[in-house]
Design a protein around this ligand. Structure first.
Ligand code: SAH
Ligand code: SF4
Ligand code: F3S
Length: 466
């Protein structure tokens, strides 16, 4: 067996895991921590599921399509488990949390299931002698406390908070990720110092509602420079951005997602005033109709949203704006949908994620029987929306043509292996000719732009030759 293992380039006698990640950046972050924990336990990563002793899934349940994609993958795990019953199959993440013990009823070959607040329990299960299936679904800890194994050494996720206290009527997340809990600022600053020492240059702050950060924390010392006798204050998101901007070696700070209801001027100004905070804001709209926003329980209306956009344009005129939009929410009429298109026209987003409403178990909107939008109507609206979004994105991207932009190199182009791929501070992907390597910050002259990507050439003048 040792010989066979050596032939495929694996160390013999070492246990191997295979992890498939679905869903959002939170799950990508959690998966990096899961991997860090498994390596600390002596596991190595397998290249293929069939080579693994431990088959893991980090699941998402945000829309029905997310559920069905994952269930299709589980079929292979079942077959592999049948072939070698000592293999362990584990299911973590939001889908597992949303169905809890039902995982084992529906998929009896699963050995261990755990929610997003229970990743550390996976280690407990793997090191115990337990032969029976185990489920762990209490909200207990931040995955951010576990060691990380980063996908790219120069980019890091920072989990600033978990959970969500909002009650958006369509959304399953509050039930899968629990109540909002923030990590103390000092702990986050230390983590970012450690990241910088490891070579991280770009940090993305993660939370379901990043700009309500700190409301659940105790008031700390008055802000630096505040007059003597000032009151103790709770940490704020803008304050956290300022602290992290001060960390040497971190060149770029991004965050996702802010909630329009909590988007205050101090955060917007941070984009203009703090050198490392990038000129890109993702501000989820969901709908441009105040009536539908109310039914969605978003707690802002169309005017408040547009007012936030105006404030962004005032302080950071060149910022890129992106968003999330749902079409076909129950009760959405043609007129409501046209209001969404009107907001899209008014804002002129640089990009947008567009979704067809998907009823989720246990959510308020799943129970709305009146005004359900027929599927073909949803699809037709989605097509019109995507076309409009792309038109604006294409037009907006033209402003970069002829400019020289700072690019953090991520790898090679997905369509042309001879070109280098990187990302601008405005979060635009650039494919370019040049010599820079992943992790390097370079400058690229933009020669063309489509709705999705820019093309260009690296400015090599003055560049040190290694
Ligand atoms: N906490 C973040 C994002 C959560 S999920 C925020 O509030 O912005 C990412 C996106 O998925 C949401 O912004 C929303 O547009 C979409 N989404 C969530 N639930 C959905 C559902 N039931 N059907 C369709 N889209 C949904
Ligand atoms: Fe879901 Fe709303 Fe919370 Fe975002 S803010 S995670 S959409 S409930
Ligand atoms: Fe993210 Fe999906 Fe959970 S979008 S928070 S992994 S339901």
């Amino acid at each position: 067996m040792g010989g066979a293992a050596a032939d495929c380039g694996y160390a013999s006698g070492v246990k191997r895991y295979h992890l498939t990640t679905f869903g959002c950046q939170m799950n990508e972050h959690d998966s990096e921590r899961m991997k860090g924990m498994l390596h600390a336990l002596g596991y190595e990563e397998a290249r293929a599921r069939a080579d693994a002793d431990l088959i893991l899934f980090n699941t998402c349940s945000i829309r029905e399509t997310a559920d069905s994609r994952f269930v299709a993958h589980l079929g292979e795990a079942k077959r592999l488990k049948r072939e070698r019953p000592e293999r362990v199959v584990g299911v973590g993440g939001c889908w597992a949390q949303s169905v809890k013990e039902e995982v084992f009823e529906r998929f009896p070959f699963v050995d261990v299931a755990f929610g997003p607040g229970q990743v550390h329990r996976l280690a407990e299960f793997l090191t115990s002698d337990s032969l029976s299936a185990q489920g762990y679904f209490e909200f207990e800890g931040f995955t951010g406390h576990l060691p990380a194994r980063r996908e790219r050494p120069f980019q890091g996720w920072l989990q600033i908070s978990v959970g969500c206290n909002c009650a958006c009527s369509y959304c399953i997340v509050p039930s899968t990720r629990g109540r909002e809990a923030s990590r103390p600022p000092q702990e986050l600053v230390e983590e970012v110092h450690a990241m910088a020492a490891d070579g991280v240059r770009e940090v993305t702050l993660l939370g379901q509602n990043v700009n309500s950060y700190g409301r659940d924390l105790p008031a700390g010392a008055p802000a630096p420079g505040a007059p003597a006798g000032s009151r103790r204050q709770k940490p704020t998101f803008a304050g956290l951005l300022a602290l992290l901007d001060g960390v040497e070696g971190i060149e770029r700070i991004r965050y996702t997602s802010p909630h329009p209801k909590d988007m205050r001027e101090d955060v917007i100004r941070a984009h203009a005033e703090l050198a490392s905070v990038c000129e890109h804001i993702h501000l989820p709209l969901q709908s441009g109709s105040s009536r539908i926003l109310k039914a969605m329980r978003r707690t802002y209306d169309r005017e408040r949203y547009l007012d936030r956009v105006a404030l962004i344009r005032e302080h950071v005129p060149d910022a890129s704006l992106s968003t999330d939009i749902i079409v076909g929410f129950p009760g959405e009429t043609e007129e409501d949908f046209e209001q969404t298109l009107a907001v899209v026209d008014a804002v002129r987003y640089d990009s947008a994620f567009t979704f067809i409403f998907s009823p989720r178990r246990g959510t308020e909107a799943a129970g709305i029987a009146e005004g359900v939008v027929a599927h073909p109507v949803k699809v037709a609206r989605m097509e019109r929306l995507v076309e409009r979004v792309q038109q604006h994105a294409r037009e907006r991207a033209q402003r970069f043509v002829g400019r020289t932009v700072e690019v953090l190199v991520e790898g090679t182009s997905r369509t042309d292996p001879d070109k280098i791929r990187g990302r601008t501070r405005h979060n635009k992907v650039v494919n370019f000719d040049g010599v820079a390597v992943p992790g390097e910050l370079t400058h690229v002259r933009v020669t063309g732009a489509s709705s999705q990507t820019l093309i260009g050439e690296e400015m090599l003048v003055g560049r040190a030759v290694a």
